[in-house]
Design a protein around this ligand. Structure first.
Ligand code: DQA
Length: 148
């Protein structure tokens, strides 16, 4: 089974209680449980990782090049200014799909810019937890289906 990394950045551990009007009422654990089932149906073995620190995210991205076929990444606010995460994505070369729960283009101006978007395969935003499901479909498509 192809392993994929489903990775969340800062403050996403507080999903469910954090600004539910923007991010919804589902917790990260409940989203990950739903993704675990869907990913396995597609023949992926998902690995879940969350960190509030830039270095933690970068270290796990580096590791993913050795054990994963692709990455789904919600980098949280780092999306908008972390050149270090951008460089890590460029360095690893496996496909990374950028995900956001909220429609970042309809919010504060600073959220309209993603410094990681140019080095990701594509971006999915604005569909709540379904953004991650769409990213799974995207990875399935990129990696050619049937991951047994
Ligand atoms: C987010 C959008 C970011 O702007 C914000 O900093 C987050 C969550 C989203 O999923 O909508 O932490 O990545």
């Amino acid at each position: 089974m192809k392993k994929i990394l489903i990775m969340n950045g800062p403050n996403l551990n507080l999903l469910g209680e954090r600004e539910p009007n923007i991010y919804g009422s589902e917790t990260l654990n409940s989203i990950n449980d739903m993704l675990d089932e869907k990913a396995r149906e597609m023949g992926f073995e998902p690995i879940f990782f969350q960190s509030n620190s830039e270095g933690g995210l970068i270290d796990r991205l580096h590791e993913s090049r050795l054990d994963c076929a692709g990455v789904i990444l919600n980098a949280g606010a780092y999306t908008h200014y972390s050149y270090a995460i951008r460089d890590a994505i460029s360095a690893i070369r496996i496909p990374v799909v950028e995900v956001h729960l909220s429609n970042v283009n309809s919010r504060d101006d600073f959220r309209k810019n993603s410094v990681i978007a140019p080095v990701c395969r594509g971006t999915i935003a604005g569909f709540g937890s379904y953004s991650y499901v769409l990213a799974l479909y995207a990875l399935d498509n990129i990696l050619g289906g049937c991951h047994d």
